[in-house]
Design a protein around this ligand. Structure first.
Ligand code: ADP
Ligand code: MG
Length: 265
C-alpha cells in the first residue's frame, strides 16, 4: 500500500524542501520505492535533487494544467539518490490561477497520482509556502501531512490556520487525511528558544510531534548546491543521520497505523 505525504507549512524557510528531499532519499535508502513531487514554483526540491528545473520535457504544471500523463513527467534523480521526481519551475505560478477555473480543481493532483501511485511505496509532495490551490491539491491528494516547524521565533504563528485548513480538507474533500507528525527542524540545543518552542509543541500536540529532531546542520544547507541529498553529500553528518532516523520513525509509525487503523486520525 502506498502512502502519500504532503510536506506542508505555509511559512517559508521552515525546512519543507530540505525535509522532502532528504526524507525521499532516506526512505529510498531503506529500499522503498519513492516518488518526490515538487509543487512549489520555486523548484527548490527539483534543484536540490540534482535535476535542472529548466531541462525536463514536462513538469508538474503540464500534468496539472495540460493533461500530460503523469508517467511522462517522471524523471530519475542521479543514481545514488535512488528516488523518482516530478519537477517544478516558475511555469507553475500560472497554475495557481488557472486551476481556479478548472473542473475538479481540488482533485487534479490526486487524480494525476492515482495513475501511478501503485508503483511506489511512498510519494512525498513538497508544498509551496502558502495555503493556495496548489497546497489544497496536495492535501487532497495526501494520506498524511508532515509539518516541519522551525524551532525559532514565531514558529507557532500560523499553525492554527494550517490545522484549520487540514481539518476543513478532511471534512470536505479528503476524509482519510491525517497529521503524520510535526517535525522540529533547525533545532539548536544551545538556544533556549529552541527548547521553549519544542516544549510548547509537545504540550499542544503530544505524540503528534515526531520524536526525531532535525538539528541545525550546515551540511543540510550545503547539500542542495551540490544537487544531492545530504546522505549522498555527507553521509556521516548529523543532518544525514537525523533524516535517516526520521525515515525509520515514519516507517514504524506507518506500520503501527496499519495494524491499528482506529488510531489513524
Ligand atoms: P522551505 O522549503 O520551508 O522554504 P527550506 O527547506 O528551503 O525551507 O529551508 C530554508 C533554508 O534553511 C534553506 O537555505 C535550507 O538549506 C536551510 N535549512 C533547512 N533545514 C536546515 C537545517 N536543519 N540546518 C541548517 N540549515 C537548514
Ligand atoms: Mg521549499
Amino acid at each position: 500500500m502506498t502512502t502519500v505525504f504532503a510536506v506542508a507549512n505555509q511559512k517559508g524557510g521552515v525546512g519543507k524542501t530540505t525535509s522532502s528531499v532528504n526524507l525521499a532519499a532516506s526512505l529510498a535508502a531503506t529500499r522503498k520505492k519513492v516518488l518526490l513531487v515538487d509543487i512549489d514554483p520555486q523548484g527548490n526540491a527539483t534543484t536540490g535533487s540534482g535535476v535542472d528545473k529548466f531541462d525536463t520535457d514536462y513538469t508538474i504544471y503540464d500534468v496539472l494544467c495540460d493533461e500530460v500523463p503523469t508517467e511522462k513527467a517522471i524523471v530519475n534523480t542521479p543514481e545514488d539518490s535512488g528516488f523518482d521526481l516530478i519537477t517544478a519551475n516558475g511555469d507553475l505560478t500560472a497554475a495557481e490561477v488557472q486551476l481556479l477555473d478548472m473542473k475538479s480543481r481540488e482533485f487534479r493532483l490526486r487524480n494525476a497520482l492515482a495513475r501511478i501511485r501503485d508503483n511506489y511505496d511512498y510519494i512525498l509532495i513538497d508544498c509551496p509556502p502558502s495555503l493556495n490551490m496548489l497546497t489544497v491539491n496536495a492535501l487532497t491528494a495526501a494520506d498524511s501531512v508532515i509539518v516541519p516547524i522551525q524551532c525559532e521565533y514565531y514558529a507557532l504563528e500560523g499553525l492554527t490556520a494550517l490545522m484549520n485548513t487540514i481539518e476543513k480538507i478532511r471534512t470536505v474533500l479528503n476524509p482519510k487525511l491525517h497529521i503524520g507528525g510535526l517535525l522540529r527542524t533547525m533545532y539548536d540545543p544551545r538556544n533556549s528558544l529552541s527548547n521553549d518552542v519544542s516544549n510548547q509543541l509537545i504540550s499542544h500536540f503530544g505524540d503528534k510531534v515526531y520524536r526525531t529532531i532535525i538539528p541545525r546542520n550546515v551540511r543540510l544547507a550545503e547539500a542542495p548546491s551540490h544537487g544531492a541529498p545530504v546522505i549522498t553529500y555527507d553521509p556521516k553528518s548529523r543532518g544525514a543521520v537525523s533524516y535517516l532516523a526520521l525515515a525509520g520513525e515514519i516507517l514504524r509509525r506507518e506500520q503501527a497505523l496499519k495494524t491499528q487503523p482506529a488510531a489513524a486520525s
